[in-house]
Structure formats: structure tokens, C-alpha cells
Design a binder for this molecule. Sequence first.
Ligand code: OSB
Ligand code: MG
Length: 357
Amino acid sequence: MPLVTPFETSFGKIASRDCIIIQAEAEGEQGFGECVADRDPGYGYETTQTAWHILSDFIIPAVLGKSIESASKYQELVTGVRGHLMAKAGLEMAIWDLQGKLQEKPLSKLLGGNKKAVKVGVSIGIQKDQNELIKVIDNYIQAGYSRVKLKIKPGRDIDDAKLARKVFPDLQLQVDANSAYTLDSAQSLLPLDELNLLMIEQPLYEDDLWDHHKLQEQFKTPICLDESILSTRHARYAVEMGSCKVINIKAGRVGGLSEAVNIHDFCLKHGVPNWCGGMLETGIGRASNLALATLDNFIFPGDISATHRYYTEDITSELFELNPDSTINVPQGNGLGVTINTDRLLKYSKTKVVHET
Ligand code: OSB
Ligand code: MG
């Protein structure tokens, strides 16, 4: 899936995505899911190919032909697969979609949400220079986004953020480092604390909960964890250690929507605000993110932008558009509430495999 513009982060540049789309069938109905793993293991260790392998050789055989009472029971079938949370989450999404269609309920309702629209922002990649950065931010503000996240990396951090803050003094602004710093090198980020940022996302390595605690002690700006939180246990460790004050939830990163809801419930109970992260999903994953973001503790705007911020041609028939109040409507149809544009799906498909009982 070619992106409208390449997306540059501290771990590399993404110009197009290799997505795995999963179709699950039961009782004459079908559900769709999207695995968020990408071609390169830059954000996490999984790739499209590892996810394809784990799905084909382990996850699908563990689930195929089994009777399952609800999507929330899916994890019990795949306990034999350690890790590979993105692969697991892709099939779980398809089963939730299927359940919503069979029970004639939208996913947001199945998960316990009530909102009809959710607050969103836009995540902006590292730009070629500062002129371009200001132009890109301005365009998104003109388009109606009220919250902007800037990707940062060593050498493209303080100056970019300072300039953005100077030009847009009232903008809801945050930054995301995608694990590009160590506790030592992150000392250079201390000036960020004067910029009134909503949060600083994932400055240190994903397995560095203790150093995030030390860094959080140096900052009044909340640290938000993304890559570090793979389960409710990680959320508890981070909260007990004081490694962060905000947690970004991505169902794809934590093994699926069930675990995402568990993390949400834990954070709600402990007064730690959440927001819904994104992985440049197609309309399928975007519908899932919107449904998840309807839960009560999703307090900050999500990284869930309009379709055309990502793709000129998406594989769902529905387009997601930004409302003037920087929200996007949550699909109200059954399950994910989206329909697949089969011509587009075919046009962009590289490989298709059918697993049958
Ligand atoms: O860290 O949040 C991230 C995209 C790909 C991988 C990791 C991240 C991101 C984004 C974009 O920030 C979020 C989106 O708009 O989908
Ligand atoms: Mg992030």
C-alpha cells in the first residue's frame, strides 16, 4: 500500500506498507482483520514475513475449525505461541469483526464504548528541513487537526520542537522518539520541558522501564510509553515504577483488542490516561482503532487520521474524514463497520493463501 507521503521516524523511512489482511469465516459470515507488522523490524521485531509465518504455521492451525464462544476467548487457543503479538492481534481483529456481524453489534459496543466520534490528531514524520516542517504542520492545522505529534531523532529534536512551538504557540503538541535515546543521550532533551508539550513518547529503549523512571523524575512533562508496553503486566510495572504518566495503547502491539481493553481498564483504575496509537493502518485497522478509542480512559487525541493522510486509494469502501472539531466518526455498522473494496484489495494484493478445515 503506497503511502501518500513517505513517513520518516528515528527507525527509518516508510514509503509503502506490506500489510497482511486476514479474512475469517464462521456460520456463513466473514470478518476482516489487519496485522500491523511492516516490512522492516524497525518499530518492533515482527515483520510482515515473520507474521505470515507465525500465522500460517502456528496461529491459524491452532484456531481453524475450533468452536469459540467469543473473540475474548481467542487468546486461550494461542497460548502455545510465545510473543508475536502483532500476528496474534491480526486474527483477533477478524474474529471481533465476525462476532460483531453475527451478533449485529458495532465493535465499539462490543468493547464497551459509547462515543459516536473520537478526538484525533496527526503524527508527522521527520521532514527534510525546518521550512518544510512548518509548512506541513500548517497544512494539517488548516485541515482541522488540533493536535500534532512530531517524530524526533538525535539531531532533529530540540530545534524542530522549539520552532514548532514558537510558530504555533497554542497548538496541542507532543513528540515521539521511537526509542532513539539512552538515559545519557536523553539529557540533551531537557529543554523540551520548557515547551509545554502534552507528552514525550518513548524516548528510551523498549525494555528500559527503569531508565524511563529515572528520566521521568527529571521531567515535569509526562513521559508516554508506546513500544515498552506489551501487556497489562508491563503497564503495571511502568505505573508501579513511575516510568511514565501516560500510556499509548495499540491493539496490534499488545496481541489484540482484548489485551488492549485490559490495559485500558488497568490504567483507568490507576488514574493513568490513555490514547490510541496508530500504525499507518488501512481502513480495516483504522476502524478497529476508532472503536477502541471510544472507551472512557482514551483521554488524549488518538493517532487516527483521515484516510487521505495515509492512502489515496484505500481497501475499504468507506473513507474516514476529519470533522471540523478534530474528531472522526466511529463506524456504526456491525463489527468493524467497514466493507472491503474487493477490486482495490485485488489490485494491491501480492499473495493470497486459503487455510481450510
Ligand atoms: O510510534 O506511534 C508510532 C507509525 C508507525 C510506527 C510507529 C508509530 C507510527 C506513528 C503513526 O506515529 C501513527 C498513525 O498515524 O498511524
Ligand atoms: Mg509511538
